[in-house]
Design a protein around this ligand. Structure first.
Ligand code: GLU
Length: 501
């Protein structure tokens, strides 16, 4: 049988990293088996819908390279692929369940339900619908329908017995039917609930493997009762553990709470955009590489058999398996993400790096004034993500203010006094230099150091501080002097010396 998987997001705004990972696994499993990957938009909860969100889903999947074989914008034999456009397909199935006694019309008003809910809450119980309308006679139901009374259709869950299903990750999951509520299948607005639509859609779209977040684990027994009621074979279920992250506890002023050891108290929580965690789009807009994000996200919850950590999407399409899926929640770690991204950036060709860096450098510098090619050579190995670049190169455009103790560096044997004399020598020398190539700057300065009999650091350290205003720079004194050019270097050197003496 052909493997058919689906990614079924609700259009609520963003592609969360957890969502991206579900999409990835779903995609990879289809590809691994030479099957089909389907995109279905689950928009039955129209209040939660955010305009433009569907387009964002298309765009994100596109950039990620997760090409779907069937979906709203590409078509397919099992459409429509948007739940609201399938509206009329669900009611006949619900009626079939009513016929067989697995569902029933319910006319209870919101007031009655709210009261019952409040009552249950008072007693500290979870609300369960009391099946009042299950006991209405056929005639009464018909009369109320004919009178146009608003209704919902509820699933008739047996009062006794067990409901369960098999999950690839969690094994056999079983609950007592007595704990399950007769939940709504068709809402008063005629639209199905997610609880009903996912079953009908997965079946009618011939989905063989359902991979989704484990928040659906507790509802899946109910879905299985529906499959049984219809006499349908359920899909293979793979409920994925969530993507979490570490955070520190904060007090009401937003200050970290410290534990007895004086360290901030950490806890683990779900990723959340509201708490400032990045979405897939956020990462891309900060200059993370799609390939690096895909690589890291795949490994967050799935382990390959060997030691290798770097995989392209097409390699993953061959390697991915269900056995490697993790049984415990995975932790998204920004530092690990940065490490992956830095590795991918290092592997870019110099041309590609320059092309990707250019828009970020342009925010601060201009290519007419600065040798971007040389600058990029210095930056590439230090870049974790491209949005860091403007801050890393800003000193080339504007000389930053800096304290004089920057000149003091034990390791380089540099003191304020040694810096003053070294900078005077450097100024005198550089004013005579016309060949401003890096190699010539190197040769003349090194010659000077040798003739003065001082340590390299005693000249090179203060020189770099004096022309950059920073202790950390991409490249050393020669590279920076070259990038700044002759007149800017001399101007900076003069100004810095003046401040020192
Ligand atoms: N629409 C659901 C969501 O976005 C998907 C659940 C499923 O994959 O069945 O959470």
């Amino acid at each position: 049988m052909e493997v058919r998987t689906r990614f079924a997001p609700s259009p609520t705004g963003y592609m969360h990293l957890g969502n991206l990972r579900s999409a990835l696994y779903t995609y990879l499993w289809a590809r691994k088996n030479g099957g089909k990957f389907i995109l279905r938009i689950e928009d039955t909860d129209q209040e939660r819908e955010v305009p433009g969100a569907v387009e964002k889903i298309y765009a994100s999947l596109n950039v990620a390279g997760l090409k779907y074989d069937e979906g709203p914008d590409v078509g397919g034999d099992y459409g429509p692929y948007v739940q609201s456009q399938r509206k009329d397909m669900y009611l006949p199935y619900a009626k079939q369940l009513i016929e067989s006694g697995h569902a029933y019309y319910c006319f209870c008003t919101k007031e009655r339900l709210d009261e019952a809910r409040a009552e249950a809450e008072k007693k500290g119980e979870t609300f369960k619908y009391d099946k009042k309308c299950l006991h209405l006679s056929k005639e009464e139901v018909q009369a109320r329908l004919d009178a146009g009374e608003p209704y919902v259709i509820r699933q008739n869950i047996p009062l006794e017995g067990k409901a369960g299903f098999d999950d690839v990750i969690y094994g056999h999951v079983e609950v007592d039917c007595a704990t399950l509520d007769d939940n709504v299948l068709i809402k008063a607005d005629g639209l199905p609930t997610y609880n009903f639509a996912n079953v009908i859609d997965d079946h009618t779209m011939c989905i063989t493997h359902v991979m989704r977040g484990n928040e659906y684990l507790s509802s899946a027994p109910k879905y299985n009762l529906l499959y049984e009621a219809f006499g349908w074979k359920p899909p293979v279920y793979v409920h994925l553990t969530p993507v979490m992250c570490r955070d520190v506890q904060k007090d009401e002023n937003g200050q970290p709470i410290l534990g007895e050891d004086g360290q901030p108290v950490e806890y683990v929580r779900k990723l959340s955009k509201r708490k400032g965690d990045p979405t897939f789009e956020d990462l891309l807009s900060r200059g993370y590489l799609v390939e690096a994000v895909i690589n890291y996200m795949t490994l967050l919850g799935w382990s390959p058999k060997g030691e290798e950590e770097f995989f392209s999407l097409s390699e993953l399409e061959k390697l991915f398996d269900l056995e490697g899926l993790s049984k415990s929640p995975s932790i998204f770690d920004m530092q690990k993400m940065n490490w992956f991204n830095a590795e991918y950036i290092r592997r870019l060709s110099p041309e590609k790096y320059l092309e990707m860096a250019r828009p970020w450098l342009d925010q601060v510098l201009s290519e007419e004034k600065f040798d971007y090619r040389r600058l990029c050579e210095l930056l590439q190995s230090r870049t974790e993500y491209f949005a860091q670049l403007p801050d890393m190169v800003r000193f080339l455009k504007d000389m930053p203010d800096f304290p004089n103790d920057f000149y003091v560096n034990k390791k380089q044997k540099s003191t304020l006094e040694s810096s003053v004399s070294a900078l005077k020598e450097a100024k005198e020398l550089l004013e005579t230099v016309t060949d401003w190539s890096e190699s010539n700057l190197h040769d003349v300065v090194m010659e000077k150091i040798a003739s003065l009999g001082i340590k390299n650091g005693q000249m090179l350290w203060p020189l770099r501080i004096a022309v950059s205003g920073q202790q950390n720079t991409p490249g050393g004194a020669f590279e920076i002097m070259y990038l700044l050019g002759r007149s800017e270097t001399l101007a900076r050197l003069n100004a810095s010396l003046e401040r020192l003496v």
